[in-house]
Design a protein around this ligand. Structure first.
Ligand SMILES: [Zn+2]
Length: 348
């Protein structure tokens, strides 16, 4: 029964993911689409029947293919599952969420609260599970062992018996620090991730910034390190092609870098060289003043530098002004922010 149900459900979910493969959504939109739309149909089955590993693997593969379509370098799924404050994108982990839903129901049934299957399935089977001489499937036994291994607060406290807490508990068991945070442990990553996820910054900008911060943009230097090309030279100008080169130094990109610094000085007059680097290249402005507008400017700057083939100052300022105008019409609570944004209107 478990196998037939999951075979049908996972095939349907997979089809619903692939149905949207040709839509031009960015990384953030794709993850939202998976979390809210594609996976929602799974959870009804997941709270009743244990999800066999072979189907969770099939689903993980489909999700990864969809999320990373068009990308040369990818991040591990363990990172995408992390909370946004820890360098992830809060992509729901199918296996753990399924386990959390089922666990919640078993715990509820154990206390005689409710039985989602309506046929006393769990009440009948709990004594068998507890007796350990059960003829039940291996996957149920694994879940039962997991329940028994939980800290007493999860197993006995009513308040803790909701799916979210069980899910968080399961996710914490195999938490991994993103590679980039291990590589640069001295950066204030908590600030950087929080800034990157700030509300009212377009997801297209956030997508570029996320790839930039994680260094998964295929520069010639990176490709050379992986033996994918003979030379580290920039295809446009012949210099060493690194991310820093692309955003600050490559041909006309240099004029955009100068413009972005000039804009930053308008918002923050007494800022110094170190502040410009820390704001525009690291997304961690060393000031609390005008936080939104500095992060907004840095995100727009990085997005423009890394996605537009020609670096034209008019085009860059036009992109910023258009986005600022969009914010203005959206919500009058933004008036404070907009006052700061008007500073950006250079006489170009
Ligand atoms: Zn170059």
């Amino acid at each position: 029964m478990v196998d037939i149900n999951w075979s049908i459900t996972s095939a349907r979910t997979r089809a619903s993911i692939f149905q949207h493969i040709h839509r031009t959504l960015n990384l953030f939109e794709r993850i939202w689409h998976i979390n809210v739309f594609c996976l929602s149909k799974l959870w009804y089955v997941a709270q009743i029947l244990p999800l066999p590993t072979k189907y969770s693997k099939v689903l993980d593969r489909a999700i990864s293919f969809y999320v990373w379509k068009g990308y040369f370098y990818k991040l591990p799924k363990t990172q995408l599952h992390l909370p946004t404050t820890k360098g992830g994108l809060q992509l729901i982990a199918v296996k753990e969420k399924s386990q959390a839903l089922l666990t919640r129901n078993i715990l509820r049934a154990k206390q005689g609260e409710s039985d989602p299957m309506g046929n006393k399935f769990w009440q009948k089977h709990i004594p068998l599970l507890c007796s350990k001489t059960t003829i039940l499937s291996q996957s149920l036994k694994i879940i039962w062992e997991a329940i028994e291994s939980y800290s007493p607060t999860i197993a006995t406290n009513d308040k803790n018996q909701n799916t979210k807490i069980i899910y968080t508990y399961l996710m914490k068991k195999n938490v991994q620090i993103p590679r980039i945070m291990e590589k640069f442990p001295n950066q204030r990553w908590g600030n950087i991730w929080r800034n990157m996820h700030m509300a009212n910054i377009p997801t297209a900008w956030k997508t570029t910034v996320y790839c930039y911060l994680n260094q998964i943009i295929p520069t010639e230097e990176k490709r050379h390190r992986h033996n994918l090309t003979d030379s580290t030279a920039c295809k446009k100008c012949g210099w060493l092609d690194t991310l820093k080169h692309r955003v600050t130094n490559c041909g006309a990109a240099k004029t955009i870098w100068e413009a972005a610094k000039a804009l930053l000085v308008k918002i923050w007059p007494d800022s110094q060289l170190h502040d410009w680097f820390q704001t525009l290249l690291v997304l961690d402005p060393p000031t609390k003043q005008n936080k939104f507008v500095t992060v907004w400017l840095a995100s727009g700057f990085l997005h423009y530098q890394l996605t537009k083939p020609l670096h034209k100052i008019e085009e860059f300022l036009h992109m910023l002004k258009e986005e600022a105008a969009r914010l203005e019409t959206k919500d009058d609570k933004l008036s404070q922010i907009l006052k700061e944004l008007r500073l950006l209107e250079l006489n170009s």
